[in-house]
Structures are given as structure tokens and as C-alpha cells.
Design a protein around this ligand. Structure first.
Ligand SMILES: Nc1ncnc2c1ncn2[C@@H]1O[C@H](COP(=O)(O)OP(=O)(O)OP(=O)(O)O)[C@@H](O)[C@H]1O
Length: 250
């Protein structure tokens, strides 16, 4: 593969800088993430995790550097449904008057054309995704009437129904119950085993080695990328967080 031609199997950022006015969201971030593995994205508050996801989704345009999602520019990859994003729960409007099944069906919109009329295959994908996140019995309930963990699972189901090759999950374990955490962890493993690229941002450093095959340590740029046990070595964490996080009991 040529050094400057994007790899069609890889999610790749090269020297990506994103500015919000005076503030740097990312500062020369470079990384290549391969499919078939669960990849954890860790870094302190404000280290650029959400910015990295939004850049991969084409929702934020870098000031410099390049992003290729399976060889495609991010905006095109998003429109083709190749990349899916499960946002942090705070960004989800719980009052939205739609059912859980409606939310999951939104993952199929990209395939339906402008009429948005679901076909049998769309309905089957929704039923399957709800089953996989163990929410079948809640299909007709309004999205706001779920617990935080159940709601998070509904949005993971939307990503699964979409059939995206690349799935980005922003803090899927924040504020969720044990059952949701276990269900989501199992699903991430299954998706990776299916050959998907799975990137999950998390603050839970202790859970990382069990959850992820590899980890990325971010501080506006990529400080380390590899086996979670190497990435989470105390000297690395001190660079990323400015203190010995595991020893401090957090
Ligand atoms: N829309 C925006 N306008 C201005 N600054 C922003 C905007 N979005 C993010 N930033 C800033 O960019 C930097 C990176 O933020 P980002 O949200 O990507 O970090 P994060 O690692 O996801 O943080 P957290 O763990 O708190 O969610 C921060 O300094 C943040 O304040």
C-alpha cells in the first residue's frame, strides 16, 4: 500500500488539527485503527475525544490534516452509512415523542430514500437490533420513559440497525446500570468479531484491559496506541492525565 493512498480497511487520521477559535480541539493527531478489534479511546476531560469522533463523522472539519474512513472522506462515509455514532447521553433529547423502535428505525433512514417508508428488511433489522440489546419488550415505549442505561442501549441498537462498518461510541458506560454495561460490552465484542471497527471512549481505565483489544491515549494528539496494558502504564497515564490515576484509586 502506498504511503499516501488511504487504506480502504482502516480508519485513519493524519496530523489532524481542529481549532475552535483560540482553543485547540485536536493538535496533530495521527492514528490508524484496524477492523475486527475493540479500540478504547481514553484521555482527560477536554483531551479531544468527542472532537475526534465528530471529525471522523464529518461533523467537524479539520483546520489541517486528513481523515479517511475506509478510504473515504468522512462526509461521504457518513452519508453512505459506513460510519455510525452513539453520542453521549446528554446530547440526546429524552422528550422527543418517538418510540424506542422509531429511534432504532432511524438507523435505516440512509437506506430508505426520501420516502422513508420501511421495507420488510428494515423492520427485520430493527427487530434483530432490539433483540441484541435486550430491549424487545420496550419497543413501543417512548424513548424518554427508559432508564439512562436502557436509552443508551436503544442508541447502540440504532447503530447496529444501520449496519455501519465503523461504530463510534462516546462514553457508552457513563451512568449506566450493570446490566446495560454487560450487554453493551458483550455487543462490542460481537461487533468486532463480525469484522467491524469499534471505537469506544471511556473514563473507566480499570475496565479497559477486559473491554478492549487496544487503546489510544489522547491529549489533543495521540500519545500512545497499542495493547491496553502498555498504553495504561503509569508513566503514560502521568503524561496524559498529569497524575498516577490508577494509584489514586480513581
Ligand atoms: N464547540 C466547541 N466550541 C469551542 N470549544 C470547544 C467546542 N467543542 C469542544 N471544545 C473544546 O475543545 C477541547 C476538546 O473538547 P472535546 O469535547 O473534544 O474533549 P473530550 O475529550 O471529549 O472531553 P470530555 O471527556 O469532557 O467529554 C476542549 O478544550 C473543549 O473545551
Amino acid at each position: 500500500m502506498s504511503a499516501d493512498r488511504p487504506d480502504t480497511r482502516t480508519l485513519e487520521l493524519r496530523d489532524v488539527t481542529v481549532r475552535y477559535g483560540e482553543v485547540l480541539g485536536l493538535d496533530g493527531a495521527s492514528v490508524a485503527i484496524r477492523p475486527g478489534r475493540v479500540c478504547g479511546l481514553v484521555g482527560m476531560n477536554g483531551s479531544g475525544k468527542s472532537t475526534l469522533f465528530k471529525t471522523v463523522m464529518g461533523l467537524v472539519v479539520p483546520d489541517s490534516g486528513t481523515v479517511a474512513v475506509m478510504g473515504l472522506p468522512p462526509g461521504i462515509a457518513r452519508k453512505r452509512g459506513i460510519v455510525g455514532y452513539v453520542p453521549q447521553s446528554e446530547e440526546i433529547d429524552a422528550q422527543f415523542p418517538v418510540s424506542v423502535a422509531d429511534v432504532v428505525m432511524m438507523g435505516r433512514y440512509g437506506r430508505m430514500g426520501f420516502t422513508r417508508r420501511p421495507r420488510a428488511s428494515d423492520r427485520a433489522a430493527v427487530v434483530d437490533a432490539l433483540e441484541r440489546v435486550e430491549l424487545t419488550e420496550f419497543a413501543d415505549r417512548q424513548i424518554g420513559q427508559l432508564s439512562g442505561g436502557q436509552r443508551k442501549r436503544a442508541f447502540v441498537a440504532r447503530g447496529i440497525a444501520q449496519g455501519a462498518d465503523v461504530l463510534l461510541l462516546d462514553e457508552p458506560f457513563a451512568g449506566v446500570d450493570k446490566r446495560s454495561e454487560a450487554t453493551i460490552s458483550r455487543l462490542l465484542r460481537e461487533l468486532a468479531a463480525d469484522g467491524k471497527t469499534v471505537v469506544v471512549s471511556t473514563h473507566d481505565l480499570r475496565a479497559l484491559p477486559a473491554l478492549c483489544d487496544e487503546a489510544i491515549l489522547l491529549l489533543r494528539r495521540v500519545l500512545a496506541h497499542g495493547d491496553p496494558r502498555d498504553v495504561l502504564r503509569p508513566e503514560q497515564l502521568a503524561r496524559a492525565f498529569g497524575l498516577d490515576v490508577l494509584a489514586e484509586g480513581d
